[in-house]
Design a protein around this ligand. Structure first.
Ligand SMILES: Cc1cc2nc3c(=O)[nH]c(=O)nc-3n(C[C@H](O)[C@H](O)[C@H](O)COP(=O)(O)O)c2cc1C
Length: 334
């Protein structure tokens, strides 16, 4: 099995990185490792599996993120994910929401390294594909130096194939999940020290990576960087991922071409009953510093939400955007 290249990852984001979003991101970068939204073990075991974790073959390499803390349930879900064709199974140890805490999973598991080790061991025993963990540097009043080290030692000895560290604490009481993505300060240095102490464990940095160049800079000290909000809100950035991080040509010369390449997918999904807006909502930030970008967004926001909206709405929106030096800059980067 060839190890996955983790130099650039797109973060798991609930309500955002659904299968339509991932298909679209894949048009912008062939090499990024893409993550699903978190899916709980309960949902995988008892829910509509095809709807919850089904994906398009074009999305590879793609990782399934699971939420849970029961080793046998996680092992079963990892197996199901591997059988669906996922390239990696990831365990969420970073989500601070109340609902997740009540289920005793997500970030609160930072306090239970032994249990997380048992989860990882159960999952690695169940599948041949990589099993990874996404965590914080600590929670609440934990000392991150101690907590992150104990946590990492536990997951590494349990056989984890990589650790993704969102380089800030999670405050489980008093901060909303959204505030928990901004308020606890980022500490990249602790992640660099962690890598020095665990040279054989692939470690990926997450949190506040705002540009592809910043991700590139991480790769000299770590195994990769994971971009979340910037990738979703400013997807035009993704077109430079393959040239800058993987030494490969960009899949398209411009974001406009990538959007045009989405048309056959849209046609196909509409015939399956998907609403246009479910797909085009992920494109709102596609154009940046280009005359017409706002008109593009506005047209999608008003016309794509109509029940009978068809692919022509995207074609119309694209006519509102000018070709400009900003777009040419993407071409040059390719
Ligand atoms: C809308 C949204 C949903 C998120 N959902 C998840 C999730 O399902 N699983 C997870 O591990 N992290 C989730 N996160 C956190 C991101 O994966 C990432 O750790 C965080 O946004 C910090 O990275 P960034 O600064 O590059 O955005 C979510 C973030 C956002 C903005």
């Amino acid at each position: 099995m060839r190890p996955l290249d983790r130099r650039f990852c797109i973060a798991p984001m609930m309500e955002w990185t659904d299968r339509h979003c991932r298909f679209f991101h894949r048009l912008l970068t062939r090499h990024a490792l893409i993550y699903t939204e978190m899916v709980t073990t309960g949902a995988v075991l008892h829910g509509d599996r095809a709807r919850l974790i089904g994906f398009d073959g074009a999305e590879h390499p793609v990782a399934l993120q699971l939420g849970g803390s029961d080793p046998p349930a996680l092992a079963r879900c990892a197996r199901i994910g591997a059988d669906f064709g996922y390239d990696e199974i990831n365990l969420n140890v970073g989500c601070p929401s109340d609902r997740v805490q009540e289920g005793r999973f997500g970030a609160c598991l930072m306090a239970e390294p032994k249990l997380v080790g048992e989860c990882v061991a159960a999952m690695t025993a169940a599948v041949e594909i990589p099993v990874t963990v996404k965590c914080r540097i600590g929670i609440d009043d934990q000392d991150p130096e101690l907590a992150l080290e104990a946590f990492t030692a536990a997951v590494e000895s349990a056989g984890a194939d990589a650790l993704i560290v969102h380089a800030r604490k999670a405050w489980l009481k008093g901060l909303s999940p959204r505030e928990n993505r901004d308020i606890p300060p980022l500490d990249y240095d602790i992640v660099f020290r962690l890598k020095a102490a665990h040279p054989r464990l692939p470690i990926v940095l997450n949190g506040g990576i705002a540009t592809v160049e910043a991700a590139q800079a991480c790769c000299s000290r770590l195994d990769g960087a994971m971009m979340g909000r910037a990738a979703y809100q400013e997807p035009w950035r993704l077109l430079t991922v393959d040239p800058l991080l993987f030494g490969a040509a960009a899949p398209f010369a411009s974001v406009r071409q990538a959007a045009q390449a989405l048309m056959p997918y849209i046609e196909r999904e509409l015939t399956r009953g998907v609403r246009l807006h479910s797909i085009t909502r992920h494109l709102h930030g596609l154009f940046h510093a280009v005359p017409g970008a706002r008109a593009f967004r506005r047209h999608l926001a008003t016309a794509a939400v109509k029940p009978a909206a068809c692919a022509a709405v995207l074609a119309e929106a694209l006519t509102l955007v000018m070709d400009s030096p900003a777009e040419m800059a993407h071409t040059a980067a390719a």
